[in-house]
Design a protein around this ligand. Structure first.
Ligand code: SF4
Length: 455
């Protein structure tokens, strides 16, 4: 006998699909099947059942081998490392729950860390732009029910967010979009002919790194002014004017944009301009703009950091108050300048995504990585702590790419004795407070702490 658990939330990408059906064994201990998820989402959930899964913390030895340690030892190592460092960085946070993020940020405040999430290397420019100029946005539900003009700029949801198009942006039949795909015009801006580009009604195949120029050309054409020259950013002038007519003729449009535009030349200025184009299009019809966020709770990390410190990423707490200056206080920059002396990673894989020079620095420093699975980062960290998988073995709040909060559900128990992110961080926070209290105690008392007092 088996039973089905419905409305399960997929903890993989920012689409945060909440319609999965997971079949578990009758005793509720084993996952047998996952329905409705794309391949990557299903694989993540089924991976919890892998027979070779690491279930206890490991310490890396000098010869490159690893030995198992207890959770208590891992908590002690982490607390000592953070308290005894002058300026640790606590990076990641995008693949865990808001509850765990909140406790982790408290630890960061206690130890005066730099706390940063994966926006530092993906949608950070988006966050800077919306602080600069605001953002006319909407939910994915509104896109499904209203959008008849959909622009994908510098993103490839066919691969990165596989169910985005079937649940929200291209295929679904909504309240005012009863004809589904046939009612929508799809416009793709990309230097490559991606699988998303193959579905486009209008493809603007842009020269790599010329997003700002094309955005400004579209705004110029929209104002009815003349574009000088025969082409802009590799796109013929006539194609630009034709594209503007398609954009203007819709009843509700949305611009989805990804790292192809946030991380190309111009960065936050590209997004300033994309938001400007959205604003200009609202002179003709209704338009919104939505960032294609990658990790399933990177949006939540920005939200929680915002509630706690007022800034969404790259927050430096080392001076006892929150400083935010992306480009100076980002984790990549401080690693390249060798400005931090300990590294804590949770819910991300900088070993796979950071420049090699940063990873060489991480490999030299005291470091702890919290991750349910083995990754390039766990293999260069001094300690790896496996934890229960959020959305599979523990619930928690997450924010979808459109900043709608969705509560991820627990499906099965984690392996026996395994801690959750939140439990591990709560224990580290308690131990950090003990160590700091011992350091602060007068010398004449019998204080047992051995760490030095932070400046
Ligand atoms: S599109 Fe994203 S959230 Fe939806 S099932 Fe696939 S990986 Fe999961």
């Amino acid at each position: 006998m088996t039973k089905d658990i419905r409305d399960v939330v997929c903890p993989f990408c920012g689409t945060l699909c909440d319609d999965l059906v997971v079949t578990v064994s009758d005793d509720g201990k084993k996952i047998i099947n996952v329905e409705n998820a794309c391949t990557i989402g299903a694989e993540k959930i089924l991976h919890s059942q892998a027979s070779d899964r690491v279930t206890r913390p490991r310490k890396l030895l000098e010869d490159g081998s690893a030995v198992e340690i207890t959770y208590a030892e891992a908590i002690e190592y982490t607390a000592q490392m953070l308290v005894n460092s002058k300026k640790p960085t606590m990076y990641g946070w995008s693949s865990t729950s808001c509850e765990a993020q909140s406790v982790g940020h408290e630890v960061a405040e206690e130890v005066g860390a730099l706390v940063d999430n994966t926006a530092a290397v993906c949608h950070g420019p988006t966050l800077i732009a919306l602080q600069n100029v605001g953002v006319p946005s909407c939910t994915l539900g509104e896109v499904k029910n209203r959008a008849d003009r959909v622009i994908f700029w510098g993103c490839n949801p066919a691969h990165a967010h596989p169910r985005h198009m079937s649940r929200y942006s291209i295929f679904p039949r909504g309240y005012f979009t009863g004809k589904g795909h046939s009612n929508r015009k799809i416009i793709v801006v990309d230097p490559r002919s991606t699988d998303t580009a193959k579905m486009a009604d209008v493809l603007l195949q842009i020269k790599q790194g010329y997003d700002y120029e094309l955005l400004q050309a579209l705004r110029t054409a929209l104002r009815g002014e003349d574009i000088t020259g025969d082409e802009v950013a590799g796109v013929p002038k006539k194609t630009i004017y034709d594209a503007v007519e398609v954009l203007k003729s819709g009843r509700f449009g949305v611009i989805f944009f990804g790292m192809g535009v946030t991380q190309s030349l111009g960065k936050d200025h590209n997004i300033d301009s994309a938001i400007g184009l959205t604003r200009d299009l609202n002179n003709y019809t209704k338009y919104s703009i939505v960032a294609m966020r990658g990790h399933y709770n990177v949006a939540g990390s920005g939200q929680v950091l915002g509630w706690q410190f007022g800034y969404p990423f790259s927050v430096d707490l080392s001076r006892g108050f929150a400083r935010y200056n992306p480009g100076e206080t980002g984790t990549v920059e401080v690693l390249l300048r060798e400005e931090v002396d300990a590294v804590f990673v949770l819910g991300s894989d900088p070993g796979a995504h950071f420049p090699m020079a940063c990873n060489k620095v991480i490999a030299k420093l005291p470091s702890v990585t919290i991750d349910p699975a083995i990754s390039p980062t766990t293999e260069i960290s001094k300690v790896h702590v496996p934890v229960a998988i959020v959305g599979v073995e523990v619930g928690g709040n997450c924010y979808r790419m459109d900043n709608v909060p969705i509560e991820a559900r627990k499906i099965v128990d984690p392996p026996e004795g395994m801690l959750t992110d939140e439990e591990f961080l709560t224990a580290v926070l308690a131990r950090v407070k003990e160590l700091k209290a011992a350091q602060a105690a007068p010398v004449s008392t019998k204080a047992s702490g051995s760490g030095k007092v932070k400046a």
